[in-house]
Design a protein around this ligand. Structure first.
Ligand SMILES: *Cc1c(COP(=O)(O)O)cnc(C)c1O
Length: 410
């Protein structure tokens, strides 16, 4: 069965009957019922080339046979016990994930926001251990950290926060890339405990700091100097997306706290908060928990995803295909005043004008799934194991769309 028994298609549903879902998303009028690799299919069998992968989630592509097999086998064995018991797959996934991350311990959550909640709690408990009654965390403009109350309070986007005051206290905000602003805060507050930052801002428009990854070195130095925790949100940039397993691995530094989710389960909902060095053992029994966090099913999936990424050379492929795509877009769009930014297969093409309408045009005219973020940035997050032929297909479908669009508007 590819759709529920009385499903009408998203189009009809919108007009013929009121949806029973809260309208938290402005949904596109299309439903996919199956996927394979870099392609999604509607019920009538139309194929769409997926350059979004559920927003950087399905790094191994859709319906990956090894991952699907692991999920179905584990579903037939044991889905859930409880963290009241030992969970061998959680140990195994933890071993593998800490190894590829170069971290020491992990807490498994069910989402990215929950991984960041764990990081925020770690920062606070580190402060309370130093005797600070109201510890502060430095966060960035244009950041995105999630939709729970603490993570939306940390987020640097007024739209995400609007309507939800009172926000969670204890965050100090600075411009992304501005080291002097942090030094100034350090001179004004003696109860700062951590910096929380995305190495590359995803929702913010695929931005690195003006000084590039040198920013992370500077933040590491400040954190060492002041005994703060450097906490990297790699929920979007992790799991091979930027051409290294984690984005910080493009630099010499290691964070104290690292969060990830999106690509970690290839679509299975799971997140992780990792620690090393001075952040190890900050939580004791009873300080944090999750009923679902780290189930045998979730952790066997994580284990299988990491194993497949490695065996298929998907991270190296992301680096190679990313360079190729960026080069091609730069070459082919050079006369249109676009800026192409790319780190592995996390690619942003910034246009001189707002381009939200390109999402529907790419879908309906080119059967290509893309996303636009920060109004003007076409965001591409294709599967990490994408083939050369499919990468060329993205270029062939997208370049004329963007060039025609800019020519028609300017
Ligand atoms: C998606 C995202 C989150 C939130 O993850 P959820 O799984 O949606 O809670 C947090 N931080 C970053 C950088 C993200 O891209």
């Amino acid at each position: 069965m590819t759709v529920p028994p009385d499903f009408n298609s998203a189009n009809n549903q919108a007009t013929q009957q009121a949806s029973s879902l809260m309208p938290t998303y402005a949904r596109q009028p299309i439903a996919f019922v199956r996927g394979q690799g870099s392609y999604l299919y509607t019920e009538d069998g139309t194929a769409y080339l997926d350059a979004l992968t559920g927003i950087a989630v399905c790094g191994l592509g859709h319906a990956h046979p090894v991952v699907a097999q692991a999920i179905s086998e584990q579903a037939g064995l044991l889905v859930h016990t409880s963290n009241l018991f030992e969970i061998p797959w959680q140990e195994a996934a933890g071993q593998l994930l800490t190894k590829v991350a170069g971290m020491q311990q992990v807490f498994f959550s069910n989402s990215g926001a929950e991984a960041n909640e764990a990081a925020i709690k770690l920062a606070r408990i580190s402060g309370h251990k130093k005797g600070f009654g109201s510890p502060k965390i430095i966060v960035m403009d244009k950041s995105f950290h999630g939709r729970t109350l603490a993570t939306l309070s940390a987020t640097g986007n007024a739209k995400v926060q609007a309507g939800f005051a009172p926000l969670v206290e204890g965050f100090l905000r600075v411009p992304f890339g501005d080291v002097d602003a942090i030094k100034q805060l350090a001179s004004q507050h003696d109860d700062i405990v951590a910096i929380l930052v995305e190495p590359i801002q995803g929702e913010g428009g695929i931005n690195t700091a003006p000084q590039g990854f040198e920013y992370l070195n500077q933040l590491r130095e400040l954190c060492d100097q002041h005994d703060w925790l450097l906490m990297l949100d790699e929920i979007q940039t992790g799991n091979g997306r930027t051409g290294k397993y984690f984005a910080f691995q493009h630099t010499p530094i290691t964070p104290d706290v690292l969060t990830t989710a999106k690509g970690l389960g290839n679509g299975f909902p799971v997140g992780a908060c990792l620690v090393q060095g001075k952040a190890v053992n900050l939580f004791a029994a009873g300080n944090h928990g999750s009923t679902y966090g780290g189930t045998p099913l979730a952790c066997r999936t994580v284990y299988t995803v990491i194993d497949c990424l490695e065996k298929e050379g998907a991270v190296e492929n992301a680096a190679k295909m990313g360079n190729y795509l960026v080069e091609q877009f730069q070459q082919k769009l050079t006369q249109y005043q676009v800026t192409v930014r790319g780190f592995g297969l996390m690619i942003g093409i910034e246009l001189p004008i707002a381009c939200g309408e390109l999402v529907a045009r790419a879908r309906d005219e080119k059967q290509l799934i893309i996303n636009v973020t920060a109004d003007k940035v076409v965001r591409l997050l294709p599967a990490l194991n994408i083939s050369q032929a499919d990468a060329d297909e993205i270029i062939a479908r997208l370049v004329p769309l963007i060039s025609d669009f800019i020519q028609s508007k300017t």
